[in-house]
Design a binder for this molecule. Structure first.
Ligand code: CU
Length: 506
């Protein structure tokens, strides 16, 4: 116990050394020097793939309640990694094993999920997959081989339910970049941006922007199913939704963080992460376009320049912006209210001064298939798994209850819904019998988009995909990760109220 105490004190030192910087491109977690090295795991549980105790940790992540100064006189208290928001950028190398110590200084057992990586269940970070918790006031040491290459991230994976200080409503989000053998496209430098709201509150009802997805085709049978369900719950008030008072990029409201300083002619590779608990985000930069080179960290077959980026919860976009329109601009969300409450960051050309300018972009739509292999159709899978997602209005103590094939996920029983065989290629046919967009995520795997709202595509590899209201999507996945993999809507409010299912690959 004494050594644990020592270790903790040393890490407080390390954590405070790493705090304070709000620079976006230099927020790297420092690999530890021998001065700050832990003495090895204490009494806390370690993963089965754990490192020998004498081995030094490559990275340390410390969960604790801390303060985030999002703007002048606006300081919020929330759980963070290493006392900063976003958590430190971890730059890993594909295939090079790392040892990570995860400390939890809060009163609640935690899960730290490595989103977008292909990791074993005891490391992945989801209680539903039976990953051990990081005990309250304890630690876990894990080791894993990072992969696949690209832009990933880490975040908490706790159920929050009605507690708006828990789970992804907190500040527990941080970027991971796994260096590939080949970088996607030529650029001069990289900037990492984490989009995140704070100060959440509950409200009844509320509408989601929906008209930006393309193709827009909806399925009549899904609409009819929703209408039928609506008739049955007539008179029931709408379920709770979450709104936010503060909107930030890299933990700062618009105008209160360091601007992105650029030079005329520079090509800047933006790595953008939607770290929201529940929101879909958009971004535009007046006078500029985004050449999308990777989605969810995976290079796309057809890089295309677009005027507006859209990111569902947990999605990532890597895009090159050619800085060819000198001025001082707002890189911001299209929603005026959200941008005016902070969702933006200033882009400032060298030698230019003045008030940052925002210009509303022309109407455009977000179409995943544009980034796919033109004219290609994916080969037929071995098997098709059918899924229908539906909402039971306000059925869970005023919260909407979500079902997959009629079944809400049960956190007590944690039953497996889909048995899959290793080496088999499955097509997941997802049908949305609700009017919400759902960012659907599969742990420990990535999938290939094969059909979006009736339009065939191939070659776009992702781990989250937005499924539009009353729409259908098909993705193909090869079952090659043995054990449990959690599949869920990435909106905290939806996953917490039923919108999850377990795959078991045997
Ligand atoms: Cu959802």
């Amino acid at each position: 116990m004494r050594s644990e105490h020592m270790t903790r004190r040393r890490f407080i030192k390390l954590a405070s050394a790493a705090t304070g910087s709000v620079l976006f491109c230099s927020r790297t977690a420092l690999p530890q020097s021998p001065m700050t090295m832990p003495q090895g795991p204490s009494s806390a549980a370690t993963a089965s793939g754990s490192a020998p105790p004498e081995e030094r940790a490559d990275y340390t992540l410390r969960i604790d309640i801390g303060l985030v100064e999002v703007g002048p006189q606006r300081i919020i208290s929330t759980a963070t990694y290493n006392g900063q928001f976003p958590g430190p950028l971890l730059r890993l190398k594909e295939g090079r094993r790392v040892v990570v110590d995860m400390y939890n200084d809060t009163d609640t057992p935690e899960q730290l999920h490595w989103h977008g990586q292909f990791l074993p269940v005891d490391v992945d970070g989801a209680a539903e997959e039976r990953t051990p918790f990081i005990p309250a006031h304890g630690m876990r040491r894990i080791s894993f081989t990072p992969g696949p290459a690209g832009f990933r991230f880490y975040h908490t994976h706790l159920r929050a339910g009605a507690d708006l200080s828990a789970g992804q409503y907190s500040g527990q989000v941080g970027p991971v970049y796994i260096e590939p053998h080949h970088e996607p496209g030529a650029y001069d430098r990289e900037v990492f941006l984490t989009l995140k709201e704070f100060e959440p509150f509950f409200m009844r009802g509320g509408d989601m922007a929906m008209d930006f997805l393309s193709p827009a085709a909806t399925v009549l049978a899904l609409k009819n199913a929703a209408k039928k369900a609506e008739r049955e719950t007539r008179g029931t008030p709408k379920g709770y939704e979450v709104g936010y008072r503060l909107f930030t990029i890299n933990g700062r409201t618009l105008g209160h963080g360091a601007p992105i300083r650029v030079k005329h002619g520079e090509r800047v590779l933006l790595h953008i992460l939607n770290g929201s608990a529940t929101e879909i985000r958009s971004l535009a930069l007046p006078g500029h376009t985004f050449k999308v080179v990777a989605l969810d960290g995976n290079p796309v077959p057809t890089p295309v320049s677009v005027p507006v980026l859209w990111l569902g919860t947990a999605e990532r976009v890597s895009a090159i912006v050619e800085m060819n329109h000198p001025g001082v601009w707002v890189l911001g969300d299209l929603a005026d209210d959200d941008r005016n409450h902070g969702m933006g960051i200033v882009v400032e050309y060298a030698g230019r001064k003045g008030k940052p300018q925002w210009v509303k972009p022309a109407q455009s739509r977000w179409d995943y298939t544009r980034f796919g292999r033109a004219g290609m159709t994916a080969p037929a899978p071995d098997e098709v798994i059918e899924m229908t997602f539906a909402k039971q209005q306000a059925a869970a103590h005023g919260f909407n209850l979500w079902t997959i094939n009629g079944v809400p996920f049960d956190m007590e029983k944690m039953t497996t819904m889909f048995q899959v065989r290793r080496g088999t290629r499955y097509r997941l046919r997802m049908r949305n019998a609700s009017d919400d967009i759902h960012p659907m995520h599969l742990h420990r795997n990535s999938f290939e988009l094969t059909k979006i709202a009736g339009k065939s595509t191939a070659g776009v590899i992702k781990d989250v995909v937005m499924l539009g209201g009353f729409q259908e999507i098909e993705v193909d996945v090869s079952a090659d990760q043995p054990g449990l993999s959690l599949f869920h809507c990435h909106m905290q409010l939806h996953m917490d109220y039923g919108f999850m299912a377990l795959f078991d690959c045997v």
